[in-house]
Design a protein around this ligand. Structure first.
Ligand SMILES: Cc1cc2nc3c(=O)[nH]c(=O)nc-3n(C[C@H](O)[C@H](O)[C@H](O)COP(=O)(O)OP(=O)(O)OC[C@H]3O[C@@H](n4cnc5c(N)ncnc54)[C@H](O)[C@@H]3O)c2cc1C
Length: 234
């Protein structure tokens, strides 16, 4: 990834480059994960809100709109709603919301072979522009000031984009742990209860999935993750 960073004067101060970075379509990635998991016997219950979680007889009872599920091991991976899910067990999981707005161009001939932070071209030719980080709670509106800022940033990197047509703008809400670092591992004081909450959860998903599985199956991880424990928040 080529990553330019802003300084307050709006000058670009430097860059990093990694030849192995690339883009992934998160919808396709999730679809592949789900297919692989189903082949291994995983069952999904979609569009099903969890309303309560209880600890009883050494197990966890997850109560949802479509019935209750009992399990020995439970992973809390509620993304932006991690805090609300933690509350169900009286656990403070300090995850905030951070809005990001993205502009999408009409499909263009391939011209961007690497990912710039805030600018990438999907393999259907659309260019995704924007890297806003806004404290807006769960408000998923798009706003003119951020749209203009994102467009200016894109044209600064690639002046030719000035002629591109923008077909839509959308926003999404990032899960952001209070101190900016992932929250990972077994919940202190709760045996067999795990938490996985982070930003950059698409890029990190293979790693985080592997680490949590190692923890459940082997009781330890192949790389140390203590510094990401929920216990650091006291
Ligand atoms: C604009 C924008 C740009 C981003 N760019 C990148 C990027 O370039 N690279 C990257 O790696 N990441 C990026 N991210 C972040 C990435 O999307 C998240 O980090 C990732 O989705 C987190 O995955 P997750 O599975 O932990 O949480 P989520 O994807 O939020 O999944 C949590 C799930 O829990 C469910 N849930 C919550 N509460 C309940 C409940 N009570 N009952 C039942 N289900 C519940 C939700 O419905 C949801 O399906 C971006 C995000 C935004 C908004």
């Amino acid at each position: 990834m080529l990553c330019f960073s802003f300084v307050q004067s709006n000058l670009y101060s430097g860059a990093t480059y990694s030849s192995i970075d690339g883009n992934v379509n998160p919808f396709r990635l999730i679809d592949m994960y789900m297919r692989a998991a189903k082949r291994n016997g995983v069952q999904y219950s979609a569009y099903n809100k969890v309303t309560e979680i209880k600890k009883q007889n050494g197990k966890y009872l997850v109560v949802s709109d479509k019935g209750a599920f009992e399990c020995k091991n439970l992973i809390l991976a509620g993304g932006t709603c991690s805090s609300e899910i933690g509350d169900m067990l009286g656990i403070k999981i300090p995850v905030n919301q951070l809005r990001g707005q993205i502009l999408v161009s009409e499909p263009l001939k391939p011209f961007l072979n690497f990912t710039i932070s805030g600018l990438r071209q999907a393999n259907n030719g659309e260019v995704l522009m924007g890297y806003s980080m806004e404290d807006a709670g769960f408000n998923r509106a798009t706003t003119l000031d951020v749209i203009q800022e994102s467009a200016n940033m894109a044209v600064h990197y690639v002046p030719g984009l000035r002629k591109a047509k923008i077909v839509r703008a959308f926003s999404g809400i990032r899960a952001m742990p209070e101190d900016g670092f992932p929250i990972l591992g077994e919940v202190p004081g709760f045996k067999n209860l795990y938490v996985a909450a982070t930003h950059s959860g698409v890029t990190l998903s293979p790693l985080i999935g592997t680490l949590i599985i190692e923890l459940i199956m082997d009781g330890e991880t192949s790389i140390p993750i203590d510094r990401y424990s929920l216990s650091r928040f006291g």
